[in-house]
Design a protein around this ligand. Structure first.
Ligand code: ADX
Length: 209
């Protein structure tokens, strides 16, 4: 297993990497901010997408280049062939990790909102990019809060056994050990959570001016 790529057997080994003259650094200078991956992780219904989009809104108003990769959307297209078995979730995160890496090189602040339940898969993405470019943000809402919200009605179905391998019910979620940030999305308001993420970006020197 190649840990860098998470691919057992790369099938295209003869490619030659083309180095662009427009580098990530030049794009960052043009953008007046650094690029970074904000990796939101947490249970379904913990508020990952809501928070990622609200942070994106704030960043956009600050004239930053941003893009949100969202579980439900990406699973309609790029990852439409994947389900929710352990190996499909692994592949889901591997692809998203590599897409995020491209966005990073493009000078963008990429915000990802996937359950990404397994620690090892999140660590593989962390190790794909330079140290400090992957910021893991744990959307910490208890299962009971997420289940009470049940915005998509999926917990009810999962409890009845109508959805198999449902995270938190019949499939595990592994809490991050050392995330860069924990946001208590079950208790705090959306704007408080947004402020915490923006403070993290300020602390990390993402804004150049
Ligand atoms: S991940 O585990 O592979 O990271 P991802 O974030 O892409 O999951 O997709 C999660 C979304 O898919 C949930 O918010 C929910 O809407 C939907 N979903 C459908 N089936 C499942 C399932 N078995 N477990 C979790 N989420 C599911």
């Amino acid at each position: 297993m190649n840990l860098k790529t998470n691919l057992a057997e790369p099938k295209s080994t003869n490619g030659v990497w083309h180095h662009a003259s427009v580098s990530r650094e030049r794009r960052e200078t043009l953008n007046q901010h650094k690029s970074v991956i904000l990796w939101f992780t947490g249970l379904s219904g913990s508020g990952k997408s809501t928070l990622a989009h609200a942070v994106e809104e704030e960043l956009h108003q600050r004239k930053c280049r941003t893009y949100v990769l969202d579980g439900d959307n990406v699973r309609h297209g790029l990852n439409g062939d994947l389900g929710f078995s352990e190996s499909d979730r692994k592949e889901n995160i591997r692809r998203i990790g590599n897409v995020s890496k491209l966005f990073l090189d493009a000078g963008t602040i990429v915000l990802t909102a996937f359950i990404s339940p397994f620690k090892t898969d999140r660590e593989i993405v962390r190790n794909l990019v330079p140290h400090g470019d992957f910021l893991e943000i744990f959307c910490n809402a208890s299962l009971s809060v997420c289940e009470q919200r049940d915005t998509k009605g999926m917990y009810k179905k999962a409890r009845k056994g109508l959805i198999k391998n449902f995270t938190g019910i019949s499939s595990p979620y592994e809490d991050p050990d050392k995330p860069e940030l924990v946001v208590n999305t079950g208790e705090n308001s959306l704007s408080e959570c947004v402020n915490q993420v923006i403070a993290l970006l300020e602390e990390r020197g993402i804004f150049i001016q």
